[in-house]
Design a binder for this molecule. Sequence first.
Ligand code: GLA
Length: 386
Amino acid sequence: MNGRYCLARLVTIILLGLDCMGPCPGAGPAETTLQDAFKADFLIGAALNPSQFSEQNKMQAALVKAQFNSISPENILKWSSIHPAPGRFNFGPADRYVEFGEANRMVIVGHTLVWHQQTPKWVFEGANGQPATRDELLARMKEHIFTVVGRYRGRIKAWDVVNEAVEADGSLRASPWLKIIGDDFLEKAFQFAQEADPAAELIYNDYSLENPAKRAGALRLIKSLQAAGVKISGVGLQSHHRLDKPSAEQVEATITDFAKLGVKVMITELDVDVLPSPQKSLSAEVSQNFQAEDRLNPYTAGLPDALQAKLAARYAKLFGIYLRHRDAITRVTFWNVTDADSWLNSFPVRGRTNYPLLFDRQGQPKPAFAAVLQVAALAKSADGEK
Ligand code: GLA
């Protein structure tokens, strides 16, 4: 074990209040992989960009194959990428993505069908540039879902059907989908997805569901879909976290609250932002953009050890929670693979050097990686003792 792993292990042990100061069972976490460590618990996924799934970036493709057994597409299945103009579909990248997942026997996720972002303007326009009518937009939604879900039927196992439809206060977001179609746009999206692939898992995906008001809105939404007899298989907790927010208690209560509805819980976009935040409250609303300032980008030369340890401790705590709820949680997906590729280098401020993932810019495991494996090893040995 090198110094970094020792540090991560110590942090994990202290944090979880574990009594394990001698040689721990399963010590040497660097020798195992994420997917193996959690094999009996949940899938471990990563969101990929084209250089990874096309294997143009060989180092990263190898890392993905070794560590992950599920993949999500970071951008290529979003409406603006796959369906940029009426009647024009750009299936090439999505075909490569699905082929990569199949060749490596991974569980392939589709993201996302109905969203207010990365959706071209024409989708919401009728003839003469007027807003589309309800019927026009419903027909477009149906065509999009039937074409995209239908093409990968039986191959893409789970779809984020609707992304981010709830506001911070729990109300439905006043997106063009809601304004033009009305409240039942979610029902329709899920129904079309079910018709297009009856066997697929259908997910409602959102950020900041740890915030009680927003969570209450999403819980209401899922209950209303269930009451209407719509198939909804799971909730996706995006989990774009910070070092100190949301609290462990909020994370845990969120998982428990959704699990009570009988839906699967998936952690769909996990990362931990370590940089100073210009935001008043934690939000992954992608339209936000703040002015770059040096004080908001303090670690361009590397992450100080103390923060590296905090990141490891945060990840250890999160995975401790996930393991306690492994009956409800079916997948934990990271939003990309290495720090170099994370969207958090450009959100909510462009051009920063962030460190939100388990692998550094060279693809090397960070102390947080060892800490996560250590949590799995300790949980396994605790299970063995029962
Ligand atoms: C949201 C979306 C993702 C992605 C991230 C930022 O969380 O669900 O598709 O756009 O923002 O990369």
